[in-house]
Design a protein around this ligand. Structure first.
Ligand code: NAG
Ligand code: NAG
Ligand code: NAG
Ligand code: NAG
Ligand code: NAG
Ligand code: NAG
Ligand code: NAG
Ligand code: NAG
Ligand code: NAG
Ligand code: NAG
Ligand code: NAG
Ligand code: NAG
Length: 662
């Protein structure tokens, strides 16, 4: 039997990855049951709209009477797609218009929140008119008027004559390649004793997962840029070389940005295992590579060049995609371009031994350029990932070269950027700024040389916290949840687990509950007093309606809760090897897991001061290491063992129970 078993190629055991088990966590899954959704409530009526309530849950018709009368429908959470409605009765002069917004602050019968372009007038997009004469029967918005993200839809009568409508719905356009949007392959469930809402952390996990779903689109529904004129917006641009794609945000900018993906794709990995969009987005950016080896900063139609950091993130994202998918064929196809892109970055490392940034595009921060610590931290991780990829591809010489360069870079990084008096890294060699991004990434990517150093940085980062979140000193007055997500992971990585959860409660708690956002998906960013004027002075034209309320890069806690609180990571493609190292973080228990094509990876643990219990389930043919958060007498599957929990120990795949009694 053993011999026979060995003859069965691995691929034969690969089946479609499993759906996550159902349980009390399912009520927090925000994805709709059906691809046709209706408003849940009526937010308000101005003027005369008879029986407006009928438009909620599609229970009947409503009649708008008089020019300027309007009704605002509340879908209850972030949705996106194409609107249709039935005109039941109209005169030859009745007319209507539709406007959209994510934030309730910008409900208006005259204009939508801005998606086409930032605009100080806050009225670029305008309304979608349904002009007279209206035909009775079903009306459907044209494809290019797809609205990628909104919560509120306002229907306004734009003539004196009455009009009766019903059946106002949105045909969901995100995740076009998935039939069942709630069909997650992973889950997370815990009870949070530090929040008023015990389900808070579970909700954060699901909101992050749903946020990324809304940012997964058909390739021909990108945002047209430059815009075609006001009023109006056009979501019929081709945003990549294959479909579907993962893009930055639902409403905007609806383009491929691969820095963003280094938060968004781990979210997909732990929740939906929907990796095809990542593959297509990576392929799109590689297809735009220049002859010199420079990778594009953004996908089409923007197709910008000019970011050393996003180039390095693209390479890290390629590694992550392979780690999660095991798609060797794809990596082999890209490999000569991949190594060329690494050479392009290596050529920027000068005699100082650090990468000198000359292409300064980045996530929105100021002062990128020169020997910058954030950029060097990202490049360091790209070197280590490249060494690992080369090893997997059996190119040991190249692996050695990357690894050697990584080691050198880490040495110089600590010489040039470390300020021992402050206990943090400088932004650049002359700067007195201690950035959130460079410091968080340096801890997360292990540019630190001791646990104590990492912990000092974790302490230092808390100086930027206020009552709304972590304010990035490198983008003054702004909270940047993209970088905040890396900061959450950095606190976990440095063993400051409760601090990691505190930052989630603070920053993601604000985003999820504030009534100026959508209370379901996560903002692209906001300001230090919680307002929507994110990046106002840095390219967003003081237009608070332009910010995206559903941005994949703001979902860092979702994968962090899985990777650290559950402690479940894969250490080789598809999880053939894995690591389980739960961080209890002050929680009494947690459970969850995810699937790859090899099968289900899950844990369920409970903890108190004297005992830690965990059940572990991984696919049979796999193996891994387990490191538990307490030491004491250890029982594996009921049998006392020599280990005491202070060291990681090996475990084969399958189902196991481990108990440690302190
Ligand atoms: C519409 O249905 C949802 C549940 O599906 C419910 O919460 C909501 O209250 C309903 N709206 C109205 C106006 O009854
Ligand atoms: C349609 O609207 C007109 C007034 O605009 C009204 O006279 C007529 O009764 C309505 N028809 C129906 C079927 O409601
Ligand atoms: C948000 O809540 C506050 C306090 O209840 C209220 O004053 C404000 O009008 C609300 N804002 C929106 C946009 O709903
Ligand atoms: C109601 O809208 C749906 C699309 O959401 C459409 O398929 C259906 O035909 C409409 N019903 C009527 C009576 O117009
Ligand atoms: C849900 O996922 C399972 C397993 O991946 C798959 O077999 C099933 O077809 C999916 N259902 C829908 C409605 O997509
Ligand atoms: C988008 O749609 C508009 C309106 O139909 C059209 O003029 C434009 O050419 C389309 N753009 C693309 C890229 O298809
Ligand atoms: C590799 O880069 C070249 C440009 O240097 C580009 O034309 C080609 O499409 C890229 N190949 C892949 C597989 O991305
Ligand atoms: C170093 O950072 C400071 C801000 O702290 C900035 O003014 C300066 O331009 C940066 N140096 C380079 C070379 O970009
Ligand atoms: C690397 O070498 C091992 C051992 O010879 C082999 O099993 C594996 O398929 C090789 N991997 C690749 C990507 O060629
Ligand atoms: C390693 O660094 C050297 C010196 O900067 C450079 O010439 C070489 O291309 C780098 N190698 C790799 C694989 O990055
Ligand atoms: C981090 O780097 C140190 C060397 O500075 C090394 O000893 C340690 O193993 C690294 N940690 C991880 C998790 O790779
Ligand atoms: C661990 O499991 C044992 C045996 O099932 C049980 O007696 C104990 O209460 C559990 N401890 C915790 C902390 O859940």
């Amino acid at each position: 039997m053993a011999a026979l078993y060995a003859l069965v190629p691995l691929v034969a055991t690969i089946c479609v990855s499993a759906t996550a088990p159902s349980g009390p966590w399912d009520v927090f899954n925000l994805a709709p049951e059906s691809k046709t959704v209706y408003a849940r409530t009526i937010y308000g009526v101005t003027g005369t709209v008879a029986t407006a309530d009928n438009l909620a849950n599609n229970t009947g018709s409503a009649t708008l009477v008089g020019d300027g009368s309007y009704v605002t429908l509340d879908f209850g959470y972030e949705v996106g797609g194409i609107i249709s409605l039935t005109v039941d009765n109209a005169t030859t002069s009745s007319s209507l218009a539709l406007s959209f917004t994510e934030s309730a602050l910008y409900i208006s019968p005259q204009t939508s929140d801005d998606s086409a372009v930032q605009d100080a007038e806050m009225s670029y997009d305008g309304v979608l008119p349904l002009t007279a004469p209206l035909q009775t029967g079903l009306w459907t918005a044209p494809d290019y008027r797809l609205r990628g993200g909104f919560r509120f839809l306002t229907v306004v009568s734009t003539s004196d004559d009455p009009v009766t409508i019903s059946n106002v719905s949105c045909a969901i356009s995100f995740m076009p390649h998935w039939e069942g949007l709630r069909n997650y392959t992973g889950y997370f469930y815990t009870s949070d004793p530090e929040s008023d809402d015990a389900d808070f952390l579970t909700k954060i996990w699901y909101s992050g997962a749903y946020t990324v779903q809304t940012a997964t689109i058909a390739a021909d529904t990108g945002r047209v840029d430059p815009p075609l004129g006001s009023p109006g917006w056009y979501n019929n641009a081709t945003a990549g070389i294959a479909s579907p794609l993962i893009i930055d945000g639902a409403k905007r900018g609806r383009a491929v940005w691969l820095g963003d993906m280094d938060i968004a794709v781990p979210t997909q990995f732990v929740s939906t295992y929907d990796l095809l969009p990542a593959k297509n987005s990576i392929a799109t950016i590689f297809s735009l590579m220049t002859a010199a080896g420079e990778l594009a900063y953004s996908g089409p139609p923007l197709s910008e060049q000019g970011s050393d950091t996003y180039a390095a993130w693209t390479l890290i994202g390629t590694y992550n995609y392979y780690l999660y998918s095991g798609d060797l064929e794809f990596v082999e196809e890209l490999w000569s371009n991949y190594t060329r892109a690494m050479e392009y970055l290596a050529a920027k490392v000068d005699e100082k031994g650090l990468l000198y940034v000359s292409e300064t595009g980045d996530w929105g921060r100021l002062w990128m350029g020169g020997y910058n610590s954030e950029a060097n931290a990202i490049y360091y991780q790209a070197l280590l990932n490249s060494a690992q990829l080369s090893t997997w591809l059996n190119d040991t010489d190249l692996a050695y070269a990357y690894y050697t360069n990584a080691t050198k870079l880490k040495g110089e990084f600590n010489v040039v950027f470390w300020d021992d008096d402050v206990g943090m890294y400088r932004d650049n060699e002359t700067s007195t700024l201690y950035p959130q991004d460079g410091n968080a990434l340096a801890v997360l990517f292990n540019l630190t040389t001791s646990a104590e150093q990492a912990s000092r940085i974790s302490d230092g980062l808390t100086q930027y916290w206020n009552e709304y979140g972590a304010v990035s000193p490198e983008l003054p007055d702004n909270v940047a949840p993209f970088i905040g997500g890396f900061e959450v992971s950095a606190h976990f990585a440095s063993g400051n687990d409760e601090r990691a959860l505190d930052l989630i409660r603070l920053e993601w708690g604000y985003m999820l509950t504030t009534n100026i956002s959508v209370q379901s998906t996560f903002l692209e960013g906001y300001t230090s007093n919680g307002s929507l004027y994110y990046r106002s002075y840095d390219g967003y034209a003081y237009d608070p309606t332009f910010v995206s309320h559903s941005h994949g890069w703001s979902t860092g806690p979702t994968s962090a809760l899985t990777f650290y609180v559950l402690g479940l990571t894969v250490t080789s493609p598809l999880g053939q090897t894995w690591s389980i190292a739960p961080h209890t973080s002050g929680l009494p228990s947690a459970q969850g897991g995810y699937s790859t094509t090899l099968g289900w990876f899950g844990v369920d643990w409970t903890s108190d001061t004297s005992r830690f219990n965990i059940t572990i389930s991984t696919p049979e043919e796999t193996s891994g290491t387990v490191k538990l958060p307490i030491t004491g007498t250890m029982y594996v599957d009921g049998v006392e063992v020599d280990e005491d929990g202070s060291q990681a120990f090996e475990l084969s795949g399958g189902s196991h129970t481990v108990i440690v009694e302190a």
